[in-house]
Design a protein around this ligand. Structure first.
Ligand SMILES: Cc1cc2nc3c(=O)[nH]c(=O)nc-3n(C[C@H](O)[C@H](O)[C@H](O)COP(=O)(O)O)c2cc1C
Length: 223
């Protein structure tokens, strides 16, 4: 898959929500990270840290998060979660969810299947590895922006190698559990968790492709 055109890789990348169990070899992930770290940042401050977790530590960490979720444990994410959306964005958000559930054949009122899907998110959709992005808490909003640039580099470089990813806000709802199993310090805020692994191409959910608003609705020209 190497040498793929950037535009092809951008087309190819999408959120993968079912994975094969075998881990991505460390050298492969190392190569992705090395290249991803070329991301730009304010004043080249490179305000990011990456913790890659797999094997037993990941399974223990997930086990505890799932337990808390099942028990209805209160969330305490380091980064404030969105409380709601303006009308237009809310429409996109709901439409995306509706289509995703349709792909999974989950009916609107099927609370059991909905809950199972939610827990599956905490499980990184069965991915063998997880990448956490974190940074010092004292940094301002532009440093979060910078970390986003790194995040997209990681997802694209992974896609180019046939490695699937899915950003998962759900996975950072219990940051103290992540800290306990990874040693990420209290002085860092954990921004996002990313599922990493080889896509299960037979899974219906991986056939889902999200939509985008047309360019005219987004881009303005002033010239
Ligand atoms: C910051 C962030 C958090 C996300 N959290 C979740 C999540 O908790 N669960 C999930 O299924 N997808 C999550 N996603 C994936 C988005 O739903 C997905 O990127 C979006 O629907 C567009 O689809 P695509 O990635 O396939 O192009 C997240 C994406 C981002 C960037």
């Amino acid at each position: 898959m190497n040498g793929m055109e950037l535009r092809e890789t951008i087309e190819l990348r999408k959120s993968i929500r079912a994975f094969r169990p075998e881990p991505v070899p460390r050298e492969g992930l190392q190569e992705i990270m090395e290249k991803a770290l070329r991301a730009p940042s304010w004043g080249n401050t490179q305000p990011w840290k990456v913790t890659i977790v797999g094997g037993k530590p990941l399974q223990s960490l997930i086990g505890e998060c799932v337990q808390r979720a099942l028990a209805g444990g209160a969330f305490g994410p380091d980064l404030e979660m969105p409380k709601g959306w303006p009308e237009e964005l809310d429409r996109r958000y709901k439409e995306n969810g509706r289509k995703l559930f349709a792909e999974l054949a989950i009916e609107r009122g099927d609370q059991e299947k909905r809950n199972a899907h939610r827990l599956n998110m905490f499980r990184f959709f069965g991915a063998p590895q997880a990448v956490y992005l974190h940074q010092e808490r004292t940094l301002g909003p532009y440093s979060i922006f910078d970390a986003g640039l790194l995040a997209q580099n990681i997802a694209l470089l992974a896609a180019e190698k046939g490695v699937g990813t899915c950003f998962l806000g759900v996975t950072v709802l219990y940051p103290e559990v992540i800290r306990q199993y990874t040693g990420i310090p209290e002085t860092d805020r954990i921004l996002i968790g990313l599922a990493v692994g080889y896509p299960d191409d037979d899974a219906p959910i991986n056939q889902f492709r999200s939509e985008r608003v047309p360019i005219e609705n987004v881009v303005r020209w002033v010239d």
